[in-house]
Design a protein. Sequence first.
Length: 301
Amino acid sequence: MTTQAILYILITGFFFGTSLVASRFAVGQFEPIVYVGLRLLVSSLSFLLVYSVAGRRYAWPKGWHIWRHAIVLGLSSAIAMTGFTSALRYLSSGLTSIISTAGPALTVIMAHYALADERLTWRKIAGVALALGGALLLILRGESGLTEVTQVSGWGYGLLLFAMLVIAGNTIYIRRYTQEFEPFQLTSIQVFAACLLVAPLSLWLVGIDWSGVNWQGIGALLYAGIIGTFLSFILFLHIAQEFGATAAAMTNYINPVFATLAGVLLLGETLTVGMGIGVAIIMMGVWLTNRHSRRRVPKIV
C-alpha cells in the first residue's frame, strides 16, 4: 500500500470517527431517521453550493447511466446510515466503530469473488480473521461502552450488523460499476438520492421536534453533514476507485481509534480492558493484512 493511500485512509478514518461521535451526541436530541434526513440535507446543500460556485470545474451530472448507479448507492447508503445511527442509541460511538471492523472483513471476502484484482491470500485471510475475531470478542463480552448501560440490547448489535452488510455491498458496487465516473459527481447525486428518500420519509413517519435541540446539537448535525458526509464520502469513493476495495475498507479499521478517543474525551464514554484487547487484536489484523502490500491496485477495465 502506497504512502498516499495510507494518508487518505488516515484522514478519512478521522473524519468518519469524529462524525460518529457527533452523531451519537445528536441522537440524544433528534430521532435517528430525522437526524439522518437532516444530515443528508446539509450535505446535499454543500454539494449544491459547490456546483453553483464552481460550475466550470464540476459539471452537473447528466445521463441516466450515472443516475442509475447513484440511485442504487443512495438507497443503500440511506439504509446503512439509518442503521448505524439507530445503533448509537444502544452502543457508544467508540464501540460502534470498533465492531464495524467486521464490515471491512466482509468486504475483503466479497471482493475476492466479485473483483478480479482483489484476490484473497493467506496473509489477508489471517489478517481478516484476527480483525473479525477482535470485533466478535467485544460482542461476546456484551460491551456497550456506555456508563449508564448495564445490559446491552441485542438491537444495537443487530442494527450494526445489518448496516455493515449493506456497506460491504456498497463498496464492491462502487469498485465494480463506477470506475468511469468522477467521484465528486457520483458522490453528490448519491447523497441527493439518499436525501430525497429519507428526508420526506422522516417527516411523514416522525416529524421534527425542535424543542429539545440546542446549539450543540445543531453543531453536531452540521459537522456530521459537512465533514462526515460531504467530505468523507468523496474521500472514500476516491480511495475505492484509485486504490481498491480493500484499501477503502481499511478506513473502517482506523476510525475506531479516533471515535473511541473522542467519545471518551467529549462524551464521557468508557474504555474497558476488553475494548482495549479487542482494538489490539483488530490492529494486529490490519497490520498483517497490509504487510508488504505496496503495489497500487489497478483499476478494473
